[in-house]
Design a protein around this ligand. Structure first.
Ligand code: PLP
Length: 520
């Protein structure tokens, strides 16, 4: 493929993307293909002679799109958003064009320095504590990781390093292997599944602790667990506090947890994968009280801040622990700025992450932050939250439904009153019809459906569409149509007793520590 063909192929591909996104509502959000569908239509070998690019674009339409779940569709309301914007797509393209591998400063100074600058822009934008920012003096700083999972693993490995060092300082005879065998970590039972995986990968057991009725992990609960573990001879070393859980977008009490962590030298990592993006709006910053006492903080721009996967921003208060953990120098990796690189504005990011190689991801962050500006980013978050409120108001207007718990950010959880079975049936029917995609979670032992405003394209009309779809399927299940805003719901029209003392009794009988499932 020469430059002229690239011009044509790339141009046509951009047209393809625009056309796809502009007409995305016309496609059912979920696919109808069976496992192995692609295997049946793809050639089994690489073509002997080069194919034509025009044929690739045809195949995109004919065989790839049928197997795509349309994450950018306004009818995609499952999990959390998959960030995307035109600004970010172009950043990705430019990065692919340069194709540098910027593992240290010398391999492309711009790759490192733009990342340093972007992490500072972003840190200030979120009003993070000064100590987290990259500066020429302090050991704090930010880095783009591939995912929140990676960030919590990096945090854990640094926490292990710090704990081992601390204990060896007080007792130099202690064997490192013995210390490592006693380490334990903590998170709430609402934390993302990736936290458990972090424990497996980092070889530190993670205790999943109970939460209060707001699904929030509290200081007292952590304190008890820590004290019990110490009594048994374990060494507490790491806590992942969740700022916006995956199930219900609940917030752990960072202030209380930070106090316990400080007292017991536990590394506090804040996983704000989804909800961290809301901190671009000052009205949500009260939720991060105590963050100044944390050791690391992470959120995914590739969720709710319009940047394509992968772009997970992580800040640490003391990057020396990362460098200590990951530094494995070799002759071919040395350069003459090495000695300054730890604490300067030009860090060797290879010491801050798991892989050696790294992409120029700061470019898509740069294009997005510049082309949206603070106001554009704030508007985007506020719009999604406003649309979620609209959705919640629809659900509340129908007495057969309840919204529980209270909506949080752009997530609204709801259920049909009465037995969980109705809600399960409802979700199954909706997913089978493929017009709207949502996933379940559990709250106070209730089965709930999560509705998330995910797509940046979502409008009020789309919210109405989603609600109509939900209501029409509920009508079929309950055989008792109800109109929005009507108070004429009659209990006895349904053979299911869904609005009686019985369901009232159930909904008051909550079990604070009884949430078992995670939705992702
Ligand atoms: C989505 C999510 C994760 C996982 O994010 P990845 O970037 O896919 O690793 C972790 N924690 C929370 C709270 C999440 O919502």
């Amino acid at each position: 493929m020469d430059s002229e063909e690239f011009r044509q192929f790339a141009g046509a591909s951009i047209e393809f993307i625009i056309n796809y996104l502009e007409n995305i509502r016309e496609r059912p959000v979920l696919t109808s293909v069976e496992p192995g569908y692609l295997h049946k239509v793809l050639p089994t070998e690489t073509p002997q002679k080069p194919d034509k690019w025009q044929d690739i674009l045809k195949d995109m339409e004919n065989i790839i799109l049928p197997g795509i779940v349309h994450w950018q569709s306004p009818q995609f309301s499952a999990y959390f958003p998959a960030g995307q914007s035109y600004a970010s797509i172009v950043g990705e393209l430019l990065s692919a064009g340069l194709a540098v591998i910027g593992f240290n400063w010398i391999t492309s100074p711009a790759c490192t320095e733009l990342e340093v600058a972007m992490m500072n822009w972003l840190g200030k934008l979120l009003d993070l504590p000064e100590e987290f920012l990259n500066s020429s003096e302090g050991p704090g700083g930010g880095i783009i990781q591939g995912s929140a999972s990676e960030a919590s693993l990096v945090g854990m490995l640094a926490a292990k390093q710090r704990t081992v060092r601390r204990i060896k300082e007080t007792d130099p005879t202690m064997d490192e292997a013995v210390i490592k065998g006693k380490l334990v970590a903590y998170a709430s039972n609402q934390s993302n599944s990736s936290v458990e995986k972090t424990g497996l990968l980092g070889s530190v057991p993670v205790r999943l602790l109970g939460v209060d009725k707001n699904c929030s992990l509290r200081g007292e609960t952590l304190l008890q667990a820590v004290q019990e573990d110490i009594k048994k001879g374990f060494i507490p070393c790491y806590l992942v506090a969740t700022f916006g859980t995956t199930g219900t977008c609940a917030f752990d009490n960072i202030e209380e947890l930070a106090e316990v962590c400080q007292k017991y030298n536990i590394w506090l990592h804040i996983d704000a994968a989804y909800a961290g993006a809301a901190l671009v709006c000052p009205e949500y910053r009260h939720l991060m009280k105590g963050i100044d006492k944390s050791d690391s903080f992470n959120f995914n721009l590739h969720k709710w801040l319009l940047v394509n996967f992968d772009c997970s921003a992580m800040w640490v208060k003391n990057s020396n622990y990362l460098v200590d953990t990951f530094n494995v120098d070799r002759i071919y990796l040395e350069h003459h700025h090495n000695q300054h690189s730890q604490n300067s504005m030009a860090p060797d990011y290879r010491h801050w992450q798991i892989p050696l190689g790294r992409r120029f991801r700061a470019l898509k962050l740069w294009t997005t932050l510049r082309l949206y500006g603070v106001e554009g980013l704030q508007n985007s978050i506020r719009k999604d939250i406003r649309l979620a409120e609209l959705f919640a108001s629809y659900v509340r207007s129908d007495e057969r439904f309840e919204v529980i718990p209270e909506p949080s950010m752009a997530l609204v959880c709801f259920r049909l009153k009465g037995d969980d079975e109705f809600t399960k049936q409802l979700l199954n029917k909706i997913v089978e019809r493929k017009k709207l995609y949502m996933v379940p979670a559990t709250y106070e032992s209730f089965y709930i459906i999560r509705y998330v405003v995910c797509s940046r394209l979502t409008t009020e009309k789309d919210i109405e569409f989603a609600w109509n779809e939900i209501q029409s399927q509920a009508n079929e299940i309950l055989q008792s149509p109800s109109q929005i805003s009507s108070n004429t719901f009659v209990q006895k029209t349904s053979n299911m007793d869904i609005n009686t003392k019985e369901s009232f009794k159930i909904s008051n009988n909550y079990h604070p520590n009884n949430i078992t499932e995670k939705s992702q």
